[in-house]
Ligand binder design. Structure first.
Ligand SMILES: *Cc1c(COP(=O)(O)O)cnc(C)c1O
Length: 406
């Protein structure tokens, strides 16, 4: 039964550095592996399992949907597409301006659609070589275009030539953004994550977001906010940029939107809602009945159970607990993030902590080499947050006490 987890997988491509663990089932924020070992799930499938595992309302709804129809085709109307699209536009504050949504199945696809929207936005106003501003340390996916927008040489290595038309700038530096785009008539959009996930839990400051919004308005650029990881309630608002009181023109979503069922979406305000015309874009699986039901039910359950507030309250509790338990540790640079999207930045690479935490019964990930990332389900309780602190912080302290390899 467990032989396949001992060695490298013989038949699947070698694309992931996997732990020797295979999960069998879950309940709430707990999961069990095929050997019966239990874990507290601090990763939530990488910010995907919004409602945890085996949610008592989501599971029967999905069973009902599967029995009715799983997939039809975008040749036909899919009623829950309209329902979910209207809801997302509303949550984004874009209803009054006639916002619209496009559905796909993954984060990179949502970003790919956003990039195509930006290019066509440019072409429609006579810009033949549109350019898009992107950021250092950004992660937008692994298609050729989205990896070109990604600010990580490791992700790009071996896949050149990259797609052209990107201008890269540092985070939170409005002067650098102005300088990088000065006198360039080809700029059509600014594209970023409100809180960078893979890049190490790096947030855009509210003031900077407001400055970028103003610049986009003045220069007729699209403000495109990748909320694939930080969106869908994780920070305590539906979308993380809402803490700055701004609205995007284009907003890709995915990860947590279907609580585990693959789904992606691009929500657009007035300036981008009507750019695509029949034939410009599409995808076979996008907006299929199962994914749409998952999205509709996920949002409804989040509202019924007050999960935005829970993410804010339990997230603040978790952050305070981590800070208190790690206070005075010299190797801890910072505990940062918002709501249930937290990173513990250490002064050295700490990839070994993923295995050590798993051994101790806690799932998490390490990103950007030295940042321990926690993105659990939004149903996490304060008691469960305390458990995370109790398991994780002694491991971090013991790790930091080890001599650093030469
Ligand atoms: C995960 C992620 C993506 C890519 O999503 P996939 O579903 O893996 O293609 C894009 N942007 C951000 C911010 C992400 O966190």
């Amino acid at each position: 039964m467990t032989a396949f987890i001992e060695a490298a997988s013989p038949h699947t491509m070698n694309t992931y550095g996997r732990l020797p663990i295979a999960l069998s089932h879950g309940q709430g924020v707990r999961v069990w592996d095929v050997n019966g070992k239990a874990y507290l799930d601090g990763l939530g499938g990488i910010a995907v399992n919004t409602l945890g595992h085996n949610h008592p309302k989501l599971v029967p709804a999905l069973q009902d949907q599967i029995a009715k129809i799983i997939h039809s085709s975008n040749y036909y109307h899919i009623p829950n597409q309209e329902k979910l699209a209207a809801k997302l536009v509303d949550l984004a504050g874009l209803s009054a301006e006639g916002g619209k949504t496009f559905f796909c199945s993954t984060g990179l696809e949502a970003n790919e659609a956003a990039l195509k929207l930006a290019r066509k936005f440019g072409h429609d106003k006579g810009i033949e070589k549109p350019e898009i501003v992107v950021y250092e340390h950004a992660f937008h996916g692994r298609s050729i275009a989205t990896l070109s927008a990604t600010g990580n040489k490791k992700v790009q290595a071996g896949f050149g030539p990259l797609v052209e038309g990107f201008i890269r700038v540092p985070l939170n530096d409005i002067a650098a953004l102005k300088q990088a785009t000065e006198g360039n008539p080809n700029v059509v959009a600014v594209f970023f994550e409100t809180i960078q996930g893979e890049g190490g839990i790096n947030a855009m400051r509210n003031e900077y977001l407001q400055q970028v919004r103003k610049l986009c308005d003045e220069r007729d650029w699209l403000m495109m906010i990748d909320e694939v990881q930080c969106g869908m309630g994780r920070t305590g608002k539906w979308f993380a940029h809402q803490w700055a009181g701004i609205k995007p023109d284009v907003m890709p979503l995915a990860k947590g939107l279907g609580s585990g069922v693959p789904i992606g979406a691009v929500v657009a305000g007035a300036r981008a809602a009507n750019i695509f015309q029949p034939g410009n874009h599409g995808t076979t699986f996008g907006g299929n009945p199962l994914a749409m039901r998952a999205g509709v039910e996920t949002i409804q359950i989040m509202e019924e159970e007050g999960l935005l507030e829970n993410a804010a309250v339990v997230g603040a509790h978790l952050k305070a607990g981590l800070e208190a338990a790690l206070a005075g540790e010299k190797g801890v640079r910072e505990v940062r993030g918002h709501g249930l999207m937290l990173g513990i930045d250490l002064d050295r690479p700490c990839g070994v902590l993923t295995q050590r935490a798993a051994d101790a019964g806690l799932l998490l990930s390490v990103t950007a080499d030295s940042v321990v990332r926690l993105v659990p389900s939004l149903i996490l309780t304060k008691a469960e947050a305390d458990e995370i602190v109790a398991i994780l912080c002694p491991l971090i302290k013991a790790f930091l006490a080890e001599p650093v390899a030469p």
